[in-house]
Ligand binder design. Structure first.
Ligand SMILES: [Zn+2]
Length: 326
């Protein structure tokens, strides 16, 4: 058992996280993100054993997302340490379900059916570095969209969705391979059997992405999901927001004011549900070990599976090592 093991981040293998909305007090969704603030987030990630991420942008108007991606790319060009950390982008929205509960903490206003020319504009702003798109496949035109996105070499994940079986079939046939934070991005109450969590969990073709903070999924649910999937078809992510790797307090997630309490829960201020997580990747590995009764080495190997799947090289860049700030 891994209980009570105290291991520093540096003793784990270098970590990758494919869903990071912010970190170290810095919200990646802000239009006024500066070089200094982004570097602050990157330095905090490195202190938590993390060497590569997909910076994640959540639902907003297409023009604003394009401007944010362009800003990110310019900040990457200006700072080799930042560029080394940001291995690409995960676009979570705006092609999600606007229904209450399913939309989670995303604003419903900008949500709509996916359009490939919008994806192309976003991808151009990101200099071709969008690597993963989360969408709800119940929107009309989703299967054609998924097919084109996948054939451009970008992965598609299903999330913030209430898709029926036929829509899930079509999405898988079109190339969708993942479920984003399975068990979250749904209403608190669902029909006990015929619900989207069960429908997605049953699909061996889909790799389940799970947030192992013990809050988004109670540990017993994490165990059930982990056991239900074929070997290796589970990936772990933090879905971290600005409050991860930072003290409890008030933060933002885009337009949303969020609060991280002393017990590490990130919530919309005055609301229910989650606003991302305050989990750090190194603590995520420790919780995977604890909740799934794995050794720390097994948990770290499980966490590393996402880097293998997305083809992310985790070797340290010697030119960057000397820049590490502690
Ligand atoms: Zn989400």
């Amino acid at each position: 058992m891994a209980n009570n093991q105290v291991v520093s981040a540096s003793q784990l293998r270098p970590l990758f996280d494919f869903q990071v909305n912010g970190f170290g007090g810095v919200d990646f969704q802000r239009d006024d993100l500066t070089a200094e603030r982004l570097r602050q987030a990157v330095d905090a990630l490195r202190r938590h054993g993390t060497v590569r991420i997909f910076a994640t942008l959540i639902t907003d108007e297409i023009e604003r997302l394009c401007a944010r991606l362009d800003r990110f790319e310019r900040l990457c060009e200006a700072d080799a340490v930042v560029h080394d950390m940001i291995a690409g982008y995960h676009l979570e929205g705006p092609w999600l379900s606007p229904e209450p509960g399913f939309r989670g903490a995303h604003p419903p206003g900008p949500m709509h059916a996916p359009l490939f020319d919008e994806f192309e504009r976003l991808q151009a702003a990101a200099r071709g570095r969008i690597r993963l798109v989360t969408l709800a496949p119940e929107w009309p035109g989703s299967d054609a969209f998924i097919r084109r996105v996948c054939s451009s070499g970008v992965h598609v994940s299903l999330g913030h969705t209430d898709a029926n079986d036929g829509q899930i079939d079509a999405a898988i046939a079109a190339g969708a391979r993942f479920c984003t934070h399975l068990g979250n991005g749904t209403p608190l109450l669902l029909p006990r059997h015929n619900n989207v969590v069960q429908r997605l969990l049953a699909r061996d073709e889909l790799i389940a992405c799970l947030i192992p903070d013990g809050l988004h999924l109670p540990p017993f649910v994490l165990r059930n999901f982990f056991r239900a999937k074929p070997d290796g078809n589970v990936l772990f992510t933090t879905d971290a927001m600005a409050g991860a790797g930072a003290p409890p307090g008030r933060y933002t997630l885009g337009e949303l004011d969020a609060e991280v309490s002393s017990d590490g829960v990130a919530r919309p201020v005055g609301g229910t549900g989650f606003a991302g997580s305050a989990l750090t990747p190194d603590e995520g590995v420790r919780r995977v070990a604890r909740y799934l009764s794995l050794t720390l080495e097994e948990a770290a190997a499980g966490w590393a599976r996402s880097a293998e799947i997305f083809g992310i090289n985790l070797t340290a860049n010697p030119a960057i090592l000397s820049h590490t700030s502690r």
